[in-house]
Design a protein around this ligand. Structure first.
Ligand SMILES: Cc1cc2nc3c(=O)[nH]c(=O)nc-3n(C[C@H](O)[C@H](O)[C@H](O)COP(=O)(O)OP(=O)(O)OC[C@H]3O[C@@H](n4cnc5c(N)ncnc54)[C@H](O)[C@@H]3O)c2cc1C
Length: 393
């Protein structure tokens, strides 16, 4: 199938199958919606949309980053689009990590069932006691005892931990090494003795459940074989960088998908809502400005993300570091501006859950915080810009 044909298939799937079920999916609990989602996953497989970023040997389509980015935009138009196609965070990042760095044994045990959609996973790095913006401070320890690591620590905002079959845990293994060489990524089967899911954290009023949750978890003397480590000892941050570059492309394109849907809803409502008979909101210049500004910003955002994806493909993500920082900041802000305008145009209706706008407004506020807060990315951009003008001492 050509990329255009695949995108058309995905658009049809989103429009004809997913969006009609959106309202029920967003209102029910995870336990209630899971069977419905399984049926949607079967429908995605039939259409050839399953795990599109994975190679065919793992049941995917082997799409390169830029093509997957375009598909991600289409799937982003509805909150469960990525889940239906088994390319949702955090599993997509964990699958990429296992694919790139897993041993054959780790891949057989964890990647194959994840790729098949039989299990879910989570990624546990952030800790409540330390600034996530400087993860070299993390204090979860994995102490080596013979052929095992003994893990003790406290994590939070571990997305999708509830019901996950394993966590990839970032833990300090070599405390005396330089800061970026202290931590390793270790696969921990869940649940396991010493592991506790303390709570699903209520986020913007919603504790969520299952895949759609963010948990506080603890490890108290959890034992796993040393062979559960991904990559070399102390390579945890290097691996995390590999995970975050493409991850930011995925998130940004998903946000652009949300922007396009909010834009469509805004335009349709502006044309149908009459202030006086025969005079819809769309005649108001302010509304036209919101529509025009949104159109321009979405277009710019898409071009920027595709440019960053192309640079990652050409030169690797280290070379594209600055472009990745641009898009993380710019697209998250574009998302919030477009959602805010769409909500405002809908008036009181925008505050309800009768459209998905308010759901996104709550859930996607985090876009400016996770995968590097705005300020962290801006600091990187400014530091590099200023370096070019510094006069040598
Ligand atoms: C919805 C959601 C899902 C998440 N999922 C996961 C997950 O699955 N796994 C996981 O491990 N983590 C996850 N996280 C955690 C996320 O990675 C962290 O929240 C993020 O790294 C920021 O860390 P922090 O919250 O400790 O904020 P802090 O580091 O304490 O920073 C607080 C604020 O300070 C400001 N700030 C930070 N650094 C600078 C700077 N250099 N200059 C100026 N200002 C600065 C920023 O405004 C920032 O928001 C998730 C977070 C959210 C909200």
């Amino acid at each position: 199938m050509t990329t255009d044909a695949l995108l058309d298939t995905a658009r049809d799937f989103v429009r004809d199958v997913l969006i009609p079920q959106e309202a029920t999916l967003l209102r029910a609990s995870w336990t209630e919606v899971e069977p419905q989602l399984e049926r949607l996953r079967a429908a995605a497989r039939e259409r050839g949309l399953w795990a599109p970023f994975l190679p065919a040997s793992l049941g995917g389509r082997g799409l390169p980053l830029e093509r997957f980015a375009r598909l991600s935009e289409v799937l982003g138009a509805t909150p469960f689009g990525h889940y239906a196609c088994n390319c949702q965070a955090p599993d997509v990042g964990n699958m990429e990590l296992l694919h790139l760095f897993g041993t054959p044994e780790q891949q057989a045990e964890w990647l194959s069932p994840l790729a098949a959609g039989r299990i879910r996973s989570c990624f546990a790095m952030t800790e409540p006691e330390h600034a996530g913006s400087n993860p070299t401070q993390l204090s979860t320890r994995a102490v080596r005892e013979g052929d095992e690591y003994v893990i003790t620590g406290h994590k939070w905002f571990t997305s999708s931990a509830e019901g996950a079959a394993f966590a990839i845990v970032m833990a300090v293994t070599t405390p005396d090494a330089p800061p970026h060489a202290r931590a390793s990524q270790i696969i921990v089967p869940l649940p396991t003795p010493g592991y506790t899911l303390v709570r699903n954290i209520s986020v913007m009023g919603e504790p969520g459940g299952g895949w759609a949750s963010h948990a506080e978890i603890t490890f108290d003397g959890v034992r796993v074989p040393v062979t559960n480590r991904l990559g070399d000892e102390g390579a945890g941050f290097a691996l995390a960088q590999e995970r975050l570059g493409p991850g930011r492309i995925h998130h940004c394109m998903r946000w652009i998908g949300i922007c396009e849907r909010a834009f469509t809803l805004m335009c349709r409502y502006a044309l149908s809502r009459e202030l006086t008979p025969g005079h819809p909101l769309a005649e108001q210049q302010q509304v036209q400005f919101w529509i025009a500004e949104s159109r321009i910003e979405i277009h710019a955002a898409r071009l920027m993300v595709l440019d960053a994806a192309a640079r990652i493909s050409r030169e690797g993500q280290r070379a594209a570091r600055e472009e990745i920082a641009y898009i993380k900041v710019f697209v998250a802000h574009t998302l919030h501006r477009v959602l805010d305008r769409a909500l405002q145009v809908h008036g009181a209706l925008g505050m309800t859950d009768d459209t998905p706008i308010a759901w996104w407004y709550r859930h996607e506020r985090a876009a400016r915080i996770y995968d590097g807060a705005d300020e962290v990315h801006k600091t990187v951009i400014a530091r590099r810009a200023l370096a070019a003008y510094r006069v040598p001492a």
